[in-house]
Design a protein around this ligand. Structure first.
Ligand code: GDP
Ligand code: IMO
Ligand code: MG
Length: 427
C-alpha cells in the first residue's frame, strides 16, 4: 500500500513536477489532489519539456495510472489542450481518470478572478487569473458545478440555468459587465462533456484498489505550504490546501494511509505574486539567482521574487505537514556564490522570532537573521552521489536538515530526471 506525498514546502514552484516525473518510474499511480490550472509543473524528460497544469506528472510512464482527484478544480479547455498535446506526441492518455466530484472552472470564474483582482487594487493578491479562487468559493458556497454533472445534459442545463442567473447578476450589477450567454456556455461545455466523458469516474475505488494491490501511489501536490489558506501568508494565499492533510481531502484517502511525506524545497526561496517574503532580495544577489535559475513563472511567465533559503519557513512547513523527508532542488543554482546564507530566525522590534508568525502585519516587519556558510563555487549538475558533492555543499545540506528537523532524502542538481542524488530511501 505505499503512498508517497510530494508536497511543496515553500511558495510553490519548488520542482514538484520534476520529482513526480522521476519517482513515477517506480509507481503504478499518480494522483493530483488540489489546486487547478494555477499550477505549472515543469517536466523535462526524453519526450521534451512540458509545463503541466492539470495532468499529473506521472503520465509519461506507460504503467502509471493518473488521477485528477476531487480536490482539483478543472478548466476543461486547459485540460483538453494538455491532453491533445500529449496525445500528439504519442503519449497514451487513456490511463487518466478525473473524479466525478471534481469541480469545473467555468468562464465566469476566470472573468471574476480578473475583476476581483482589479477591484482589490493595491491589495491585489497577484493571482494567476485562472479562475481558481472563484471556483473554490463556489464549491464552498454550494454553487459549484461538478465533473459528474456533465454526464447528464438535462441536469447540467438545469444547474447552469440556476447558477448562471446568479453569476450574471454579479457580473452586471456589481461589476457593470455584460452577462454571459447561457446558450454559448451550455454548448461549449456540452462539447467538453463529450470529449471528457471517457475520463470521468468515481475515482476513490480506483485508488483504493491500487492500495489493496500494494501499488506505489504518488500524491502530487500543487502550490506550496506557505500558500495554504490556513497556514500560509493569508490573505496572500491560494484557495485549496497544498498540504499533506489536503492530499487526504482531495482524493478521499484516510490519513492512516500516507506512508511517506516528502517536502520539496529549493536551495533558496522564490515567490510569485503578492504578499510577505522575509528573505526577498531586491539587490544584485536576488537578480543573479533569478537569472541563473531562470526564475519566471511556469503558468504566467511573471518574474519570481528571489531570496536566500528561509529556515523558519522550512521548519514551520515540516511541522504542519509532518515531513518524513526533504527533497532539496536546484542546488546547482547556488554553484556560483562565494558564500550562501540561510535565515535561521526573524527579528522584529528587537525580539527574536523563531516560529513563522500568523500575523501578517508582524510578518511584514520581520527581518531575517542570517547564518553565512562558505559557498562551493564548483559545478554540481553532474554529481550523482552525495559524497561526490563539494564538502561545502554537503555541509549546506546537513545544516538545512538540522534547521528543518527532518532528513533530506533527495537532492536535485538539474531539471532532468537523472540529475538527482538519492541520499536515503523515500519509504
Ligand atoms: P513545480 O511547480 O513545483 O513543479 O515547479 P516549476 O516547474 O514551476 O518550477 C521548477 C523549475 O525548476 C522548472 O523549470 C524545473 O525544470 C526546474 N528544476 C527542477 N529541479 C531542478 C534542479 O535541481 N536544478 C535546476 N537548475 N532546475 C530544476
Ligand atoms: P505550482 O503547483 C507558485 C500563487 C499565485 C498567487 C497566489 C494565489 O506550480 O507550485 P491563485 O491563482 O491560486 O488564486 O493565486 O498563489 N500561486 C502559485 N505560485 N506556484 C504555484 O503552483 C502557484 N499557484 C498559485 O501566484 O500569489
Ligand atoms: Mg510551478
Amino acid at each position: 500500500m505505499p503512498t508517497v506525498a510530494i508536497i511543496g514546502a515553500q511558495w510553490g514552484d519548488e520542482g514538484k513536477g520534476k520529482v513526480v516525473d522521476m519517482l513515477a518510474a517506480e509507481a503504478q499511480m499518480v494522483v493530483r489532489f488540489s489546486g487547478g490550472s494555477n499550477a505549472g509543473h515543469t517536466v523535462v524528460n526524453p519526450y521534451g519539456e512540458f509545463r503541466l497544469h492539470l495532468v499529473p506528472a506521472g503520465i509519461f510512464h506507460p504503467q502509471t495510472t493518473c488521477i485528477i482527484g476531487n480536490g482539483v478544480v478543472v478548466d476543461p479547455e486547459v485540460l483538453l489542450e494538455e491532453l491533445e498535446l500529449l496525445a500528439g506526441l504519442g503519449i497514451d492518455t487513456s490511463r487518466l481518470f478525473i473524479s466525478s466530484r471534481a469541480h469545473l472552472v467555468m468562464p465566469y470564474h476566470t472573468l471574476l478572478d480578473g475583476l476581483e483582482e482589479e477591484f482589490r487594487g493595491r491589495g491585489a493578491i497577484g493571482t494567476t487569473r485562472k479562475g481558481i479562487g472563484p471556483a473554490f468559493m463556489d464549491k464552498a458556497a454550494r454553487l459549484g458545478i461538478r465533473m459528474g454533472d456533465l454526464q447528464d445534459a438535462a441536469s447540467f442545463r438545469d444547474r447552469l440555468d440556476f447558477v448562471l442567473d446568479y453569476k450574471n447578476a454579479i457580473l452586471t450589477k456589481v461589476f457593470g459587465r455584460e452577462p454571459l450567454s447561457k446558450e454559448d456556455v451550455y454548448n461549449r461545455y456540452l462539447e467538453y462533456a463529450q470529449k471528457l466523458a471517457p475520463y470521468i469516474r468515481d475515482t476513490e475505488p480506483i485508488i483504493a484498489e491500487a492500495l489493496d494491490r500494494g501499488d506505489l501511489v504518488i500524491l502530487e501536490g500543487a502550490q506550496g505550504t506557505m500558500l495554504d489558506p490556513d497556514f500560509g501568508t493569508y490573505p496572500y494565499v491560494t484557495s485549496s490546501p497544498p498540504t499533506a492533510a489536503g492530499a487526504c481531502l482531495g482524493m478521499g484517502l484516510s490519513p492512516t494511509k500516507i506512508n511517506s511525506i516528502l517536502g520539496v524545497f529549493k536551495a533558496y526561496t522564490t515567490r510569485v505574486g503578492g504578499g510577505p517574503m522575509p528573505t526577498e532580495l531586491k539587490d544584485e544577489v536576488g537578480e543573479r539567482i533569478r537569472e541563473r535559475g531562470q526564475e519566471y513563472g511556469a503558468t504566467t511567465g511573471r518574474p519570481r521574487r528571489c531570496g536566500w533559503l528561509d529556515g523558519v519557513v522550512l521548519r514551520f512547513s515540516a511541522g504542519v505537514n509532518g515531513f518524513t523527508g526533504g527533497v532539496l532542488t536546484r542546488l546547482d543554482v547556488l554553484d556560483i556564490f562565494p558564500t550562501v546564507k540561510i535565515c535561521t530566525a526573524y527579528q522584529a522590534e528587537g525580539s527574536k522570532i523563531e516560529r513563522f508568525p500568523s500575523s501578517l502585519s508582524l510578518l511584514e516587519r520581520c527581518q531575517p537573521v542570517y547564518e553565512e556558510l562558505p559557498g562551493w563555487e564548483a559545478p554540481t549538475d553532474h554529481v550523482r552521489r552525495f559524497e561526490d558533492l563539494p564538502p561545502q555543499a554537503q555541509a549546506y545540506v546537513r545544516r538545512i536538515e538540522e534547521l528543518m528537523g527532518c532528513p533530506i532524502s533527495i537532492v536535485s542538481v538539474g531539471p532532468r530526471r537523472e540529475q538527482t542524488i538519492r541520499v536515503r530511501p523515500i519509504l
